[in-house]
Design a protein around this ligand. Structure first.
Ligand code: SF4
Ligand code: SF4
Length: 293
């Protein structure tokens, strides 16, 4: 397929300003990684500054190599390293130092570990909450191969929002995601969270991978049925030429239509939907607006 030119609505503004520099230095000093920087996220300036409410940053736990290899994702596969036992405390210290009110934690998949990293993930949530129970913590968790006990370990640590990404419609799970991931397995994780916890549940979907409208609608409905409260929809962007091609750049008007369908017809608490939206896009501001105000 011929490569498509990026439309104007996907041009990014480079991040800058004192807040940006402060956060960057704190992360460097503590040798911590954020998805915001590693993925060169187009929303970095907007999220870190938290212009209209709490700032958001997404910390990446358990290293920068993943035991899986999804065809849309730029994270390196294999060569897994031992966990850093100090990481939970280090992240909690950095969150306090930076003064974030809303923090997003995510991780690579760690199928190589006996508990797939659930304990390490949970300890990080607990360390942040021990320092200040008022900090809102959103976690974007792996599927833990659908093991409900590992999902419960996360729930028990007391985060405020638990997200797990379904990523794409059922028909495209493969080739988009690693073969160990799957539509039913991801829905089961979301359902487990909804059934066992008084916590907000969230998921994300990338558009522009060749999905049909009726498949998007079905996915939104299935997620709502599984008890998901919040959904985000964003444009898939190809990280490199060796990743999946972009099938289509979806127009901003179409994203707005899906936002209305999700919120007004299907009853999601809110839907962040737009070409540049990512799972954690302005997560703090939107959560506070929709839930706490
Ligand atoms: Fe990337 Fe997550 Fe897939 Fe790993 S499991 S390759 S981090 S999307
Ligand atoms: Fe970071 Fe997520 Fe915002 Fe991107 S959308 S800058 S990854 S918090």
């Amino acid at each position: 397929m011929a490569r498509q030119r990026k439309p104007d609505w996907l041009r990014m503004r480079p991040p800058s300003g004192q807040r940006f520099t402060e956060i960057k230095e704190t992360l460097r000093d503590r040798d911590l990684h954020t998805v915001c920087e590693e993925a060169n996220c187009p929303n970095l300036g907007e999220c870190w500054s938290g212009r209209n409410g709490p700032g958001t940053a997404t910390f990446m736990l358990m290293g920068d190599r993943c035991s899986r290899g999804c065809n849309f994702c730029d994270v390196e596969t294999g060569g897994m390293e031992a966990l850093d036992p100090d990481e939970p405390e280090n992240v909690a210290d950095a969150v306090a130092e930076i003064g974030l009110d809303y923090v997003v934690l995510t991780s690579v998949d760690r199928d190589d570990l006996p508990d797939q990293g659930a304990g390490h993930f949970a300890r990080t949530i607990e360390a942040i909450k021990e320092r200040d129970p008022g900090i809102l913590v959103e976690v974007l968790i792996p599927d833990f191969q659908g093991d409900p006990e590992l999902v419960d370990r996360i729930v028990d640590a007391g985060p405020d929002v638990i997200a797990h990404n379904i990523e794409t419609v059922e028909r495209l799970q493969w080739p988009v995601r690693d073969r160990r991931a799957g539509y039913a397995q991801s829905l089961s994780v979301l359902e487990r969270v909804d059934d066992t916890a008084d916590v907000y549940t969230k998921t994300s979907l990338m558009l522009g991978l060749g999905e049909y409208d009726h498949e998007i609608y079905q996915t939104l409905s299935d997620c709502r049925e599984a008890g998901v409260d919040v959904i985000t929809l964003g444009q898939y962007l190809q990280p490199s030429r060796s990743h999946l091609d972009v099938y289509e750049y979806v127009h901003p008007d179409a994203f707005e239509t899906w936002r209305r369908v999700a919120e007004e017809e299907l009853g999601f608490l809110y839907c962040a939907s737009g070409p540049m939206v990512r799972s954690s896009y302005r997560a703090g501001e939107l959560f506070v607006d929709a839930v706490l105000r």
